[in-house]
Design a protein around this ligand. Structure first.
Ligand code: ARG
Length: 459
């Protein structure tokens, strides 16, 4: 059999062109979606009377056979057939002859590939959601396990204020929830059917697009054939969602790489999720976290590639759009793999309670609480800030903590209330004094843990 376009171009195609234009090496991933779309299309063609129901049955059965062949590895790929769509159609024609030659009625590869891609993205956004949820669960479970542990929180990577470690872990749960929400929005927006747009203008044949939309689980039919056959917003949005996930994972990985150092000694990573050194016998390296951080670069690059790819395409389909697949597949597969590893790594990490506790008195984590204590006894905020700044200088000079300074210093700032003020000092007390909604106040964190535990089905 010659090419589908052998009527117009009977001389055949240069082999170098075939090599250059093929996409089967990456779009073979779409075989399931392509077959799913073709089955719905065939069934619609019979529904409106363009083909007979016997023909539709034969097409349906044969498409299932082809799917099985592909899954068993019994399918031959050949770059002269360009892409997955041509491969499947060619095999269909081989198996059922003229009936197979009817499948592409009222359809173009332009609406076909857009449909396949949307189906692929939809399925993978669902998988993304469940992997994000699993990582959220790991954070919440770790939060419950170390509910009483206080850690220093940082701004500018300088010790700032004390927080419950659960509060810090829940910060990631919130970020990942926004990623899940974005993925859901994106899924809802993409869920209109391209099939039936045909090449770009629709078709003169009496097709029923609603029928196909329902069969494939789309919420409706895309209203404009030119738009939907050229639209890749959904791919870009998906890769943006993935980029945000990658950014969140990268920041988290960076934090835990730092926390795992001898210098910080906040946590111990599970051995099974670390690697050693080929020369230094003592090493235990956080390579998984480093690669999670490193792979974010690829995903950011994928987003860039897609944005640049479509930026000046005239309407409607242009072959440039074939280049949408490698970055889309790469971003999705990379982020899914990162999430798959993040979950057990988090679940099996241990916090180094003693080492954290031992060093909590360092770095004046209670200074801001002391300032607020002065505010509570009537000192204006700016004066209190200045006064506590002075006390910190004094403590640095004497190489002691704020709590170890003399009572008179506090009496001088708050006459008659020096004791009250001083009693707020110490990291545990400073932590216990938090109140505001959304803060690290222990009862607030406890409540948030329970809310998330319930939401994620942990209780
Ligand atoms: N492999 C092509 C792609 O991924 C399918 C669409 C081809 N359409 C065309 N008019 N050449 O975009």
């Amino acid at each position: 059999m010659g090419k589908a376009w052998s009527g117009r171009l009977p001389e055949g195609t240069d082999r170098r062109v075939e090599q250059f234009t093929e996409s089967i090496s990456f779009d073979h991933r779409l075989y399931r979606e392509d077959i799913e779309g073709s089955r719905a299309h065939a069934s619609m063609l019979a529904h409106v009377g363009i083909i007979t129901s016997e023909e539709a049955d034969q097409l349906d059965k044969t498409l299932v056979t082809i799917r099985d062949e592909i899954e068993k590895g019994d399918f031959t790929y050949d770059i002269s057939l360009e892409d997955i769509h041509m491969h499947i159609e060619r095999r269909l024609i081989e198996l059922v002859g003229d009936t197979g030659r009817k499948l592409h009625t009222a359809r173009s590869r332009n609406d076909q590939v857009a449909t396949d891609l949307k189906l692929w993205v939809r399925k993978h956004l669902d998988l993304l959601d469940s992997r994000l949820e699993a990582v959220q669960r790991a954070f919440v479970t770790t939060g419950f396990r170390y509910k009483d542990v206080i850690v220093p929180a940082y701004t500018h990577l300088q010790r700032a204020q004390p927080v419950l470690v659960a509060h810090a872990l829940l910060a990631y749960v919130e970020k990942l929830q926004r990623d899940r929400d974005r993925a859901r929005d994106c899924r809802a927006r993409l869920n209109t059917l391209p099939l039936g747009a045909a090449a770009l203008a629709g078709t003169t044949l009496p097709i029923d697009r609603q029928f196909v939309a329902e069969a494939l689980g789309f919420d409706g039919v895309a209203a404009n054939s030119i738009d939907v056959s050229s639209d890749r917003d959904f791919a870009i949005e998906t890769v943006f969602v993935l980029t945000m996930v990658a950014e969140h994972l990268s920041s988290w990985a960076e934090e835990w790489i730092i926390w795992a150092t001898t210098e910080f000694d906040v946590l111990t990573l599970p051995d099974a999720f670390c690697t050693g050194s080929s020369i230094m016998p003592h090493k235990k390296n956080p390579d998984i976290l480093e690669l999670i951080r490193g792979k974010s670069a690829r995903v950011i690059g994928d987003l860039q590639s897609l944005l640049v790819l479509v930026k000046a395409l005239p309407l409607a389909y242009n072959r440039d759009l074939q280049e949408d697949k490698p970055p889309l597949f790469d971003a999705m597969e990379t982020v899914l793999a990162c999430l798959e590893l993040a979950e057990p790594l988090i679940a099996e990490t241990t916090l180094n309670r003693e080492s954290i506790a031992e060093r909590l008195p360092e770095g004046f984590l209670d200074a801001t609480t002391l300032m607020e204590q002065l505010i509570k006894v009537g000192v204006p905020m700016r004066s209190a800030h200045e006064a506590v700044g002075g006390l910190v200088r004094e403590a640095i000079e004497r190489q002691c903590t704020l709590a170890e300074l003399d009572l008179e210093l506090f009496e001088a700032l708050a006459p008659g209330k020096g004791n009250d003020v001083k009693s707020s000092l110490g990291v545990e007390r400073a932590l216990a004094a938090f109140q505001s909604e959304g803060s690290t106040a222990p009862e607030r964190v406890e409540k948030q843990l329970r809310i998330w535990g319930k939401r994620l089905g942990l209780e």
